[in-house]
Design a protein around this ligand. Structure first.
Ligand SMILES: *[C@@H]1O[C@H](CO)[C@@H](O)[C@H](O)[C@H]1NC(C)=O
Ligand SMILES: *[C@@H]1O[C@H](CO)[C@@H](O)[C@H](O)[C@H]1NC(C)=O
Ligand SMILES: *[C@@H]1O[C@H](CO)[C@@H](O)[C@H](O)[C@H]1NC(C)=O
Ligand SMILES: *[C@@H]1O[C@H](CO)[C@@H](O)[C@H](O)[C@H]1NC(C)=O
Ligand SMILES: *[C@@H]1O[C@H](CO)[C@@H](O)[C@H](O)[C@H]1NC(C)=O
Ligand SMILES: *[C@@H]1O[C@H](CO)[C@@H](O)[C@H](O)[C@H]1NC(C)=O
Length: 476
């Protein structure tokens, strides 16, 4: 065959290959909305990621086709591949291939940590939809941390406002929140030091009513371990993704066993639908109308927003803070608006503190061994201390400062004896006790990681275009 003909053939086949790949790729990437209308598109960063090199695999997958080849991910449109568009949760199909959801945080699992139901606030399956302390307003932000969260924390600081973050462990292709090479862990530490509350929005944002009990365990326990790796404790408050926890799925009682409060809301800002300068006024209107309808002296509010949306962070929230302060509301955390003492918001994992010190100071080896949860003898008369533990006693799990076993906040909260039972105290009241991360600020890291990923995408797109242009140029 003539060399020229051979080259034409090659050019045509590359063109065809590209043409056949691109449509599939795009179908994987259609803007997807779930039942709640939660849109995961909209930010420039996400749209850029969508233009990664075409997937190199063409296997179909899903309920009709089955599982992807080992190690590959099944996208929401039913194609196997390994790009972040295929593997990012929650769109990636967890039953038909690998997904980000299947990654695990470091460290020991949290499943053995006791989960007593402390305090007066109802636990699952009850769904909390409103605050109880008059004059309070609880702003809550789901799905983060994201690249906008740092700005939100600054804004809240400026208004002297506390909020609650329902954090998701590995959604939207952001990587694990406890990965020390990503900026998320530092943002979570900043939430604690800024006086905000951290709650769980599950590991990868699956619908808890549509998965098995084992998968539901994974969704809660993995996020617990990841948050524990950052702050030493994990939350007792959670919000189910899509607000979905249907009784017939067993979700509510499962969350009760895991010791969670389920928190919904009474004002939905619908910020996820309105993430553009032209539309965000609609969310402001929803908020304003609700607040106009009542008096701050005898009313409180529980607001839902999402810190993954630009307009929420850079426009809507400041508006809501101004209006609510003008009307006399106090912006507080969910725990505060329910009058729940801070020590009930988290469960401590004592094993964590041991490794955290290892990372930053070079303590002797014997300190690295996991602490003993079991102390010799179970208390038989309800007293506890050096030689008697409340674990396994019929008087309650915690040994209070008065050396008596019990389940109440006064036993499990501040002053609780960690050597002689379970304690719920773990997170410091401010950031002083948390050691600062080594060098760079979150801001610097965030900017750098964004720049890197944009450069990679632009780089690979440029290479592809260059190769195509070369072919075209050869025949003109
Ligand atoms: C602490 O370090 C030990 C040894 O490296 C490890 O086995 C254990 O899982 C770690 N614990 C946590 C909480 O990371
Ligand atoms: C204390 O809480 C534990 C765990 O929830 C429970 O099993 C136990 O029965 C409780 N004890 C008392 C005395 O309330
Ligand atoms: C903020 O929202 C208003 C509508 O409420 C809009 O007119 C304005 O352009 C937005 N500002 C920014 C910076 O997006
Ligand atoms: C709240 O107070 C206002 C007047 O201050 C009153 O008109 C309204 O009925 C009260 N609402 C409730 C729910 O008590
Ligand atoms: C933990 O407890 C067991 C049994 O009481 C004991 O044999 C062991 O030495 C303890 N380990 C540590 C590190 O204290
Ligand atoms: C605990 O037991 C040890 C050894 O049996 C004993 O020396 C010590 O006094 C006991 N402590 C208390 C508070 O009873």
């Amino acid at each position: 065959m003539h060399v020229r003909q051979l080259l034409i053939l090659l050019g045509v086949s590359v063109g065809l290959a590209y043409g056949s790949l691109v449509p599939n790729h795009q179908s994987v990437l259609v803007h997807k909305s779930d039942e709640q209308g939660l849109s995961y598109s909209g930010s420039p960063q996400l749209r850029l990621q969508y233009r990664e090199p075409p997937p190199n695999l063409q296997y179909k997958c899903g309920p009709k086709y089955g599982h992807c080849p080992s190690g590959t991910c099944c996208s929401s449109a039913g194609f196997c591949g390994t790009s972040s568009a295929h593997c990012r949760s929650p769109e990636c199909m967890i039953d038909y291939g690998r997904c980000d959801a299947h990654e695990s945080p470091d460290g020991p699992p949290t499943e053995d940590i006791p989960r007593p139901h402390l305090g007066e606030v109802p636990y699952a399956p009850y769904e909390i939809r409103s605050c109880s302390v008059p004059g309070t307003i609880a702003f809550t932000f789901d799905d983060g941390p994201s690249r906008f969260t740092g700005d939100l924390l600054e804004l809240l600081d400026r208004y002297d406002a506390s909020a609650t973050f329902f954090v998701t462990g590995i959604n939207n292709g952001k990587g694990r929140i406890d990965d020390p090479n990503l900026p998320w862990a530092e943002l979570v530490e900043q939430m604690i030091s800024g006086g905000h509350q951290i709650a769980s929005h599950t590991w990868s944002h699956e619908d808890l009513s549509k998965i098995t009990a084992g998968q539901r365990d994974d969704q809660l326990l993995k996020n617990e371990a990841a948050i524990r790796n950052i702050i030493g404790s994990f939350p007792t408050y959670m919000r189910p993704p899509y607000s979905s926890c249907l009784p017939e799925s067993g979700c509510g009682h499962h969350l009760a066993d895991l010791g969670y409060h389920i928190v919904l809301y009474d004002i939905d800002t619908e910020d996820y639908k309105n993430d553009s300068p032209d539309l965000i006024q609609r969310s402001k209107d929803i908020f304003d109308r609700a607040l106009e309808s009542a008096d701050s002296k005898n009313t409180s509010w529980l607001i839902i927003g999402h810190d993954i949306h630009e307009q929420t962070v850079h426009n809507l929230t400041e508006h809501m803070l101004k209006v609510s302060k003008d009307l006399g509301y106090r912006p507080v955390t969910v725990g505060e608006c329910l009058h729940d003492p801070r020590e009930n918001w988290y469960r401590a994992d004592d094993r964590w503190a041991v490794n955290k010190t290892k990372k930053h100071d070079h303590s002797p080896k014997h300190l690295l061994q996991p602490k003993n949860f079991t102390v010799p003898q179970v208390s038989l008369d309800g007293t506890c201390g050096a030689n008697y533990t409340c674990f396994g006693s019929r008087f309650g799990l915690c040994c209070g400062s008065n050396k008596v076993c019990g389940n109440t906040t006064s036993h499990c909260g501040y002053g609780c004896n960690k050597e002689a039972g379970y304690c719920s105290v773990g997170v410091p009241a401010n950031g002083d006790a948390l050691d600062a991360l080594d060098s760079d600020s979150a801001e610097a890291k965030r900017v750098r990681s964004e720049a890197d990923s944009s450069l990679r995408v632009v780089g690979s797109a440029a290479l592809t275009s260059f190769a195509l242009a070369l072919f075209v140029a050869m025949w003109m």
